[in-house]
Ligand binder design. Structure first.
Ligand SMILES: [Zn+2]
Length: 73
């Protein structure tokens, strides 16, 4: 796709005519770009397994505990 070079007049007109919706989507786009540095969401809080002391995220630990090789029945 070929795009015309933007003149200051065209940019000014676009800014004047942009709808709230367009501003919101632009804001969303910029926020998403800014977030990429934190991509992956919340960092896992690691907890050590009470049996083997290996660290797991909460979900992984719950899955690991019953089958921990160091666990004594
Ligand atoms: Zn373990």
């Amino acid at each position: 796709m070929k795009t015309k070079p933007l003149s200051p007049e065209i940019i000014e007109q676009a800014l004047r005519e942009a709808t709230d919706e367009q501003w919101a989507s632009e804001r969303g786009r910029r926020n998403a770009a800014a977030r990429q540095i934190n991509a992956g969401g919340r960092p896992k809080a690691l907890k050590p397994c009470p049996y083997c002391k290996k660290e797991f995220g909460a979900r992984d630990l719950a899955a690991h505990k019953p089958s921990c090789p160091k666990r004594t029945a």
